[in-house]
Design a protein around this ligand. Sequence first.
Ligand code: PLP
Length: 486
Amino acid sequence: MDSELLREQGHIMVDFIADYYKNLQDSPQDFPVLSQVQPGYLRDMLPDSAPDQPESLKELLDDVSKKIMPGITHWQSPSYFAYYASSTSVAGFLGEMLNAGLSVVGFTWLTSPAATELEIIVLDWLAKLLQLPEQFLSTGNGGGVIQGTGCEAVLVVVLAARDRILKKVGKTLLPRLVVYASDQTHSSFRKACLIGGIHEENIRLLKTDSSTNYGMPPESLEEAISHDLDKGFIPFFICATVGTTSSAAVDPLVPLGKIAKKYGIWMHVDAAYAGNACICPEYRKFIDGIENADSFNMNAHKWLFANQTCSPLWVKDRYSLIDALKTNPEYLEFKVSKKDAVVNYKDWQISLSRRFRSLKLWMVLRLYGSENLRNFIRDHVNLAKHFEDYVAQDPHFEVVTTRYFSLVCFRLVPVDGDEDKCNERNRELLAAVNSTGKIFISHTALSGKFILRFAVGAPLTEEKHVTEAWQIIQKHSSKFTRNGHY
Ligand code: PLP
């Protein structure tokens, strides 16, 4: 690592990336939002093996422009409206840069005390912004840890809860353990349960529908629990979601939490996307009831401008996590004066190695301040509302679910009640607008209906991009809507 070479080439790289962001805005025609390449496109463009001799950075960046960029789907484009955003910021980028530069591996306190201690402090800060109950703070038995992703977060808490209950009832009863979530819960929950040895047939995904805007009905949960208890099963885990992947639905935490408490069940709250909005007082109500949850997760890389990846998880009882995940090989042992005061984050996660992710979260919180972060989120919600108004004013379209955050679920309406044809048309419309390369929207299915999703969250998006997106959607829908007939 030659520091002068780093200085020289680092400047070139920063210029390259800064130009990328500028060009995304100034020359959108050069950056189809959804990559238009075909599978395997890159194989023919690159040599079969790595070079024997060094090449120049210039040659490499030329290849990035000519060969890599065509295969990039531009998540940072202002006209990106698919899935959920992967929000970046200058502060998040600089944090990643510093992290890459220091490249420490803070698996125990000793291996970089600052990496561990900053993570504890920053997650306490963020917990306070979210007004999480005090039990989630590091000052009690709880605390936060930055997981790589939401999938890792749900896995570690399923393992913690599983071991907690097995300690009580005995390991042989693993096949009797049952878990609950709604049919809208992210697929990572099922995966986590299967990795945790929970039998597939013991994963209860409770049915939702439009009557609760796709939130989990608490009555179904209680009914399922008592039915399972009658049959000798052991309910031990509920995964509630605030902001589901499909439609940003919200499970009602207050009644769900009461049920969890009544039956002594671990409740995890997956707020991967919408949890970020809960730093705003007006959205905090969506996590009312969190006091009865055992763990809470959100993805700061989705909507808190923290660049990929950064998934804070808080638990009320850190010892459950540590009991399930700790390892003590001799080569990691160390002596420290206040041993009990030391956190070893290797025991809060699956892997040993870990990145110094709290640096970028710290930088995002400090360089913007929470008031600006709240306003960025509010701007996105207002843009989504703007799009929703367009949809609502066009009789050929309908808004399908009640919008709480920055995701609008909508579709072309059926004609003469023909839902099959309607699904087909919406599918065609999606393909048509995405093939323009001018915008990227995604889809889902709700109650058998093919639904279009318009998710605002890319940091460069402005009102003009939303308006342009709507015009593109309208233009491509005209072939289906002429004279009101399909
Ligand atoms: N939970 C919800 C509600 C999500 O929407 C997502 C991803 O979109 C996840 C979990 C998974 O998050 P990650 O991709 O960080 O694993």
